[in-house]
Every structure is written in structure tokens, then in C-alpha cells.
Design a protein around this ligand. Structure first.
Ligand code: OAD
Ligand code: ZN
Length: 262
């Protein structure tokens, strides 16, 4: 069982206070979120086993440019299913805490840049602005000519949709394994990480590069690195972390943001 704030009150409040002190002394903060921040909204993370119809496949097998080339109908119907799963999900207290923080950043005399690997729009739904490194679930474009496809596509439509310009297959505007990150988003994220005094990694397994390299970049430039994850990440990235908050984001972020404003 993951620890929760109630069973580890003293330790957690000391850890949170130390994070608050570090953040209060900072001018530039870069936050990177991953699938874990949306877990408490009921969206399964990537490395959770898939359920139901898609049990046989791993997300890595499908979120993949080669998979789409080989079997576009399969990958398209998976994304339509995912869209159906995500469409009624709401932001949770972690998303709202980051929105409050973004709104208060100027008063707190620091800058906060929010970068996400998530393709859901829960940061936007809660009122935050976020840089999307891996694209956005609700956008589409043509896999042949690249033209954006602006019409809404009902999540019930599991058959492939054709591009009105060239007849190519419409695909979700998501960065797949084997593809480059969007240039501008990646440049902005790198700049935010490299100039940060504090880098906060929230709900990511830190396994997927280049996004996972942002914490290393920040650290190399002298930032303090804080991680919020009930299952702290291991391996190389672990040595990067100065303060580990091993709790669910929806529990720890509201407390942290509340204390920052005091
Ligand atoms: P992962 O599924 O790899 O990792 C999710 C992390 O969230 C894990 O480390 C969990 O321990 C943690 N977690 C779970 N519940 C949490 C909670 N309540 N609060 C905080 N943390 C929690 O997801 P990502 O690291 O985001 O790429 O995955 C990175 C990329 O791999 C994704 O953007 C996606 C995927 O393939 C693309 O689609 C291109
Ligand atoms: Zn086209």
C-alpha cells in the first residue's frame, strides 16, 4: 500500500515544510507532470496494466508510429476508446492546486512554468496553462499531408476517418514513440528547466526520454529537484532528487500550495 498523509503525519509535514522553504527561496520554478497527476481523476497511468478490451496490448505497443503504419485501424480505435475513457474525467485537487499556484506566482514573486507529458486536458480544465510535450488527445491531423483536422470526431466512431484534402488517415495529434517532440514546446521546456532554481517532478516514472532528461538538465544547472510520487522513481534519476515527497499528488499539492501562500 502506498503511504498516505494521514498515516505519516509528522514525517510528511516536515518533508513538506522543507520543500516549501526551498520553493520560497526560488525565483524560477519548473514543474513537470506525468500520468500520475491524473491518476486520482480516474485515468489509468501508462504503466498500469490495461483493462477490458485492450488487456492484450501494452500502451507502448500502441502509442507507436510503427504500430500506426502497420495497422492504423487498430491504433485509431484504441485512441477512440481512450478518448471515451477520458472524456468525462475531471481535474483533481492536484490540478487545482497547481492552478492556484500559477495564479499566485506573481504575488509570491516567482515564476512558475508548468510542463506536462500528459495528453489529457485536465490542467486546462482546471484553469492552468501548460506546455504539452507529448501532444493533445483531443486534436487530430492527417497522417499523410499533415493538415490539421478541426472537426469534432465522436468517440463512438471507431472506423478510420479520411482527410478531406488528400484522403489520408486522420490520426490523433500525439507524439508517439519514434517521433520528435514538438519543437517549440521542447525548446520552452528546456529553457524553463535550465533556468529553474527548483524543478518539481510530479507523477512521472521518469522512464521516457527526452522528457525525463529535463530533471537532469535542471540539476546540472544547479536546481534543487523535488519529486512527488507515492512510488519514488528508482535508478539514475533517484540520485537527482533532493526532496522526495512519497505521497499522492492530490494529497500533497494542496497542502504545499496552501503553505506557500502563508
Ligand atoms: P507512467 O505511467 O510511466 O508513470 C506514472 C507515475 O505516476 C508512476 O511513477 C506512479 O508511481 C505515479 N503515480 C501514480 N499515482 C500517483 C499519484 N496519485 N500521485 C503522484 N504520482 C502518482 O507515466 P509517465 O511518466 O507520464 O508518452 O509516462 C511518460 C510517457 O510515457 C507518457 O507521456 C506517454 C507514455 O508512453 C506518450 O504517449 C508519447
Ligand atoms: Zn491529408
Amino acid at each position: 500500500m502506498s503511504p498516505s498523509l494521514t498515516d505519516t503525519d509528522k514525517m510528511s509535514s516536515e518533508l513538506i515544510s522543507s520543500a516549501v522553504q526551498v520553493i520560497k527561496a526560488a525565483k524560477n520554478i519548473c514543474v513537470l507532470t506525468g500520468a500520475g497527476i491524473s491518476a486520482e481523476s480516474g485515468i489509468p497511468t501508462f504503466r498500469d496494466k490495461q483493462s477490458g478490451l485492450w488487456e492484450r496490448f501494452s500502451a507502448e505497443e500502441l502509442a507507436n508510429v510503427t504500430a500506426f503504419e502497420r495497422d492504423p485501424a487498430l491504433v485509431w480505435s484504441w485512441y477512440q476508446w481512450r478518448r471515451g475513457e477520458v472524456k468525462d474525467k475531471q481535474p483533481n485537487p492536484a490540478h487545482f492546486a497547481l492552478t492556484t499556484w500559477q495564479q499566485q506566482a506573481e504575488a509570491l514573486e516567482h515564476r512558475l512554468c508548468l510542463v506536462t507529458q500528459n495528453v489529457d486536458d485536465l490542467h486546462e480544465q482546471s484553469g492552468s496553462e501548460a506546455i504539452h510535450l507529448h501532444g493533445e488527445l483531443w486534436r487530430n491531423h492527417c497522417s499523410s499531408c499533415g493538415a490539421p483536422y478541426e472537426q469534432d470526431i465522436d468517440t463512438q466512431i471507431t472506423e478510420l476517418v479520411s482527410c478531406p484534402k488528400c484522403g489520408g488517415h486522420i490520426r490523433p495529434s500525439i507524439v508517439w514513440f519514434g517521433e520528435m517532440l514538438p519543437h517549440q514546446a521542447w525548446q520552452s521546456a528546456q529553457r524553463a528547466a535550465a533556468t529553474s532554481d527548483v524543478f518539481i517532478s510530479i507523477g512521472t516514472s521518469s522512464l521516457v526520454y527526452p522528457a525525463a532528461g529535463l530533471a537532469q538538465l535542471a540539476k546540472a544547472k544547479g536546481a534543487m529537484v523535488i519529486e512527488i510520487n507515492p512510488n519514488p522513481t528508482g535508478g539514475q534519476s533517484n540520485r537527482l532528487i533532493d526532496i522526495q515527497l512519497p505521497y499522492p499528488a492530490g494529497q500533497v499539492l494542496p497542502i504545499l500550495v496552501n503553505q506557500l501562500a502563508r
